[in-house]
Each structure stands twice: as structure tokens, then as C-alpha cells.
Design a protein around this ligand. Structure first.
Ligand code: NAP
Ligand code: MG
Length: 498
């Protein structure tokens, strides 16, 4: 039996201690206003704990700690090897506390413990390791000048980075930004989503324990309207790295324009097309991926394969297979290690997803599976895996990001039509195609406007490949060495040798 299955997570959850204050300048502090808000666990709808409700005043304190530490050079001027050692130690501490972090994530946002323990936390650790190991392997450039000059092209950290993240992969979304920002020598102010602040709050403390100087990483839990907006509009924040909805991404562009023109990078929503060609080598595998691609993490995935585009000649046969695989996905107690689908993050998201299901029915799509709330007796926010057939591109469920376990099936006759439907969206985060034909696959890779194209797989990649969007899915990339570009600026130095 593996370690995840052997652990009694319910017992451990009952004994868990929560850190619930802001982490500013290396210490836990209450919100300046003294206010706190209820943190509800979607597992049972009960209040888990109270969390400090930071607002503009706390953001000011956090930004000034970040500014002070950046200007003092206490972090950015350390030898690259020294900063590498600190971030590697942070990764080790996260590993030592992996069960605790996984439990916090599961209780806070409702995902299965199996996933938080085997996906969220290990991938977050790997991300920190990756950027730690990069620190002493990055070179600046010498430009191609003539013999009478030497030009240096230097990369410098930007200064104070604001990070605002969502609740679907709380720790992972945070470290995708915090790790490369710290690796390049910046100081950070991190605002986690109101639904899922607990792992971010703990990360601040672990970072200081690892040797990140106090004030370099600050965490301000609170609401988007107040704390998030205060970071977005702050005159002393140099760059804002955001993951979340396209709607809020647009706010951050406005905040920047109305304040200090801080750089903004946005990882926003998606409506991923998942194309099944009739010549796919293994339709059964494709069907398993079609189900997993939308039901994993309760469908609360920015790149979830929410639009299934199936060639009309195989649609009925293929949908039977998808339904078969979908039955493996069952909402259950997130703390049960056999559960593969947890609760929706909160009552509002639960309601929102159910209302999209209602719209799907009202607009004439045919419901083939699920469609209802589940496990209502628990008090938690569960929804059945849901599958619609007979969807067309004009329907709301094909156009808007649902962010829940709802799959819409559309059909096409020709490859060109498939690509046209795939691109008929404001989003461009990811896409996938199953085919044996190399030229169809390559044409998809060239034609589909999306930051990722998966061929004969779904949601593949790792920390070495950039991730991010085209179109209204945002701009700027997380992961890989390319992410480092966002947190640095180029400086040209010209030395006259004549
Ligand atoms: P969201 O509502 O946009 O919130 C994201 C963050 O922005 C939260 O911390 C939120 O704070 C904050 N925020 C909300 N309103 C704000 C405002 N007026 N000013 C400043 N900040 C504000 O998104 P979500 O519902 O948490 O997450 C789901 C979305 O994230 C989906 O659209 C999904 O596609 C996207 N996402 C994208 C990626 C990617 O890599 N492209 C990855 C994961 C998720 P509070 O929640 O505390 O109010
Ligand atoms: Mg919560």
C-alpha cells in the first residue's frame, strides 16, 4: 500500500494547526485593521479557521518591507550559489512538510488528498528546485560590437514583484511565480485567493526558515477588491504577475495604466479544444484522456479540455467510450485517499457551475451524464461529472469558461472545420489533437492559436516547458527558463575601447 493510502488523513486533519495571519517582514502579524474572515472548507461547508483580512494598509507594509530588502541588496546581492542553497533548502523544507501542505490544500480548496500529495505539492517542490538550480547557471550577454567597443547586455531584477493567484492549484500557482522572481533576486508580495490562503501563508514562514531574508517574501491574505487591487495600483510595485480569470486580468491592466505602468503578466482563462480525429491510433486512450482532461481537479483547471471536438463519423462510438471512462470519476470525501474528484471550491462556484449546466439544457444541448449536485448531505459543494452532446459553438457552454466538471461535445466533418471551431474562442491557452497523420498533427500545431498544443496526449509537459496563453488567455509565460525574463529587465552597457 502506498504512503498516501496508508495515512489516516482524517485524523491528521483533526490535529492540524493553521497559520492564519499575514506574513510581513519575516513575522506573522494580524491585519492592521484587526479584521479576519471565515475560511470555509468546501469539503463540508464548515468554517475551518479565521484568516487575517489584509487591505491597503497591510499591502503598504508588505511593499515597504519588500522595497527595503530589495534596495539593501540583502537578497539580490548574495552570491548566486548562496541564493541557490537557500532555495534548495526551501524545497527540502517543503518536502519535509509535504503531508502538512497537502492537507492544508485539500481542506482549504477541496481537491482530493491523493492529488495534492502526488501532484500539487511534489510539482511545487520541483518548481522551487528547478529555479534554485538555475541561479548559478545563467549568463548575461556580450553584444556583437566592432573592435573599438565592448557591449554588455545585462539582466537585472525588477525590484518588488506583486503576485496574485487563484485557488485551483494554490501553492503551485504561487511558486510558479515566486520561485523565478526570487531566483532572479527580486522581493515579493504574494496575495493568495481568499478561498485558499493557507499554503501560501505557510510558505512565507518556510522561506525564512530556509534562509530567505525576512521581508523578501511577504504574504497578504485578503480579498481581491481590496488587497489585490492595492497591489495592482501600488506605485512602488514594479511588476505584477497574475493568474486568474480574464476579467480580473483586465483589471490589472487598468490598475497598471492608472498607477505606475508596472509590468503585468497574465495567465488567464481557457476553453481548450480537444480534437479527436477518426484515424487516432488508440481511441480508448483518447477517451480516457477526454474524461480525465475535464474531470481532474473537479474541472477547476485553466487548461481543462472543456470542448470535445469529435469527427462525426466516430462520434457515437467515441462518446460511449468517454462515458465509460467518465464513470470512473466520482465525487467523494477529499480526505479519502481513493477519492479522485473532490468538492468545488465554494458555494458560489458550485452555484455557477450548476447554472451553466442549466443553460446547456435550456439552449438545447443533450445531457448524457451527470448534471446534478452530489453529496449534499455532507454540507460540501460537490457536482457530478457532466457530459453534454449536441453542443454547437454558439452555445454558452461552448463559449464561456465554466471551471467545473462539464464537458461539451461538438462534431466536425473536415480537419479545416475542426481547426476553425478550435479557434472560435476568445481564449488560447491550450489545445490537443489525437491523430496518426503527421501532417494533420503538425498543421494543428501551426494553426491552433494556443500556448500549448498536445499531440496524442493531454495536459503533458513539465517544469522545463513554458506555459501560458495566446489571445485573452493572457501573455507572459510561467515555467522553464523563459519565465525568468518576466522578472528581469535588460540593461545595455557600452564601453568605448578606442
Ligand atoms: P479570479 O476571480 O480572477 O481571482 C484570481 C485572483 O485575483 C484572486 O486572488 C482574487 O482575489 C484576485 N482578484 C479578484 N478580483 C480582483 C480585483 N477586482 N482586483 C484585484 N484582484 C482581484 O479567478 P479565480 O476564480 O480565483 O480562479 C479561476 C480563474 O483562474 C479561471 O479563469 C482560470 O482559468 C484561471 N486560471 C488560469 C491559469 C493559467 O495558468 N492560465 C491557472 C489557473 C487558473 P480573491 O479571490 O481573494 O477575491
Ligand atoms: Mg478555503
Amino acid at each position: 500500500m502506498d504512503a498516501i493510502a496508508a495515512t489516516n488523513w482524517q485524523d491528521r486533519a483533526a490535529r492540524l494547526q493553521f497559520r492564519t495571519q499575514a506574513f510581513i517582514d519575516g513575522a506573522y502579524v494580524p491585519a492592521a485593521s484587526g479584521k479576519s474572515f471565515d475560511n470555509i472548507s468546501p469539503r463540508d461547508g464548515k468554517v475551518l479557521t479565521q484568516v487575517a483580512e489584509c487591505d491597503a494598509e497591510d499591502v503598504n507594509r508588505a511593499v515597504s518591507a519588500a522595497r527595503r530588502t530589495f534596495e539593501s541588496g540583502v537578497w539580490r546581492d548574495q552570491h548566486p550559489r548562496a541564493r541557490k542553497a537557500v532555495l534548495l533548502k526551501l524545497a527540502r523544507l517543503m518536502e519535509e512538510h509535504a503531508d502538512e501542505l497537502a492537507l492544508l490544500e485539500t481542506l482549504d480548496m477541496g481537491k482530493p488528498i491523493r492529488d495534492s500529495r502526488s501532484i500539487d505539492i511534489p510539482l511545487s517542490i520541483r518548481c522551487v528546485q528547478y529555479y534554485a538550480e538555475a541561479i548559478d547557471k545563467l549568463y548575461d550577454q556580450v553584444g556583437p560590437s566592432g573592435p573599438d567597443a565592448m557591449s554588455l547586455i545585462l539582466r537585472e531584477p525588477l525590484g518588488v514583484i506583486g503576485v496574485v493567484v487563484p485557488w485551483n492549484f494554490p501553492l503551485m500557482m504561487a511558486v510558479w511565480k515566486v520561485a523565478p522572481a526570487l531566483a532572479t533576486g527580486n522581493s515579493v508580495v504574494l496575495k493568495p485567493a481568499e478561498q485558499s490562503p493557507l499554503t501560501a501563508i505557510r510558505l512565507g514562514e518556510l522561506a525564512v526558515e530556509a534562509g530567505v531574508p525576512p521581508g523578501v517574501l511577504n504574504v497578504v491574505p485578503g480579498f481581491g477588491e481590496t488587497a489585490g487591487q492595492a497591489i495592482g495600483r501600488h506605485m512602488d510595485v514594479d511588476m505584477l504577475a497574475f493568474t486568474g480569470s480574464t476579467e480580473v486580468g483586465k483589471y490589472f491592466m487598468r490598475y497598471s495604466g492608472e498607477s505606475n505602468l508596472k509590468r503585468v503578466s497574465l495567465e488567464c482563462g481557457g476553453k481548450t479544444p480537444h480534437i479527436i480525429m477518426p484515424d487516432a491510433a488508440d481511441l480508448d486512450k483518447a477517451a480516457a484522456n477526454a474524461a480525465g482532461g475535464i474531470f481532474f481537479n473537479q474541472g477547476e483547471v485553466c487548461n481543462a479540455g472543456s470542448r470535445l471536438l469529435v469527427h462525426e463519423s466516430i462520434k457515437d462510438e467515441f462518446l460511449e467510450k468517454v462515458i465509460h471512462h467518465s464513470r470512473r470519476w466520482t465525487p467523494g470525501d477529499p480526505l479519502d485517499p481513493t477519492t479522485n474528484m473532490g468538492a468545488m471550491v465554494d458555494a458560489r462556484q458550485h452555484e455557477r457551475v450548476l447554472s451553466y449546466i442549466g443553460k446547456g439544457k435550456a439552449e438545447g444541448a443533450s445531457l448524457r451524464l451527470g448534471g446534478s449536485a452530489a453529496r449534499a448531505d455532507t454540507g460540501g459543494y460537490y457536482i457530478e461529472p457532466t457530459l453534454f452532446d449536441g453542443v454547437d459553438s454558439s452555445m454558452t457552454i461552448a463559449r464561456e469558461e465554466i471551471f467545473g466538471p462539464v464537458l461539451s461535445t461538438l462534431t466536425f466533418k473536415t480537419t479545416e472545420e475542426a481547426f476553425k471551431i478550435a479557434n472560435d474562442t476568445i481564449y488560447g491557452l491550450a489545445s490537443a489533437i489525437w491523430t496518426r497523420d503527421i501532417s494533420t498533427a503538425m498543421k494543428a500545431a501551426r494553426t491552433i492559436k494556443a500556448g500549448s498544443v498536445w499531440i496524442n496526449c493531454f495536459d503533458a509537459g513539465d517544469i522545463t516547458t513554458p506555459f501560458g496563453g495566446f489571445k485573452q488567455s493572457g501573455f507572459g509565460r510561467d515555467k522553464s527558463l523563459h519565465a525568468l525574463e518576466k522578472y528581469t529587465d535588460l540593461k545595455s552597457v557600452w564601453i568605448d575601447l578606442s
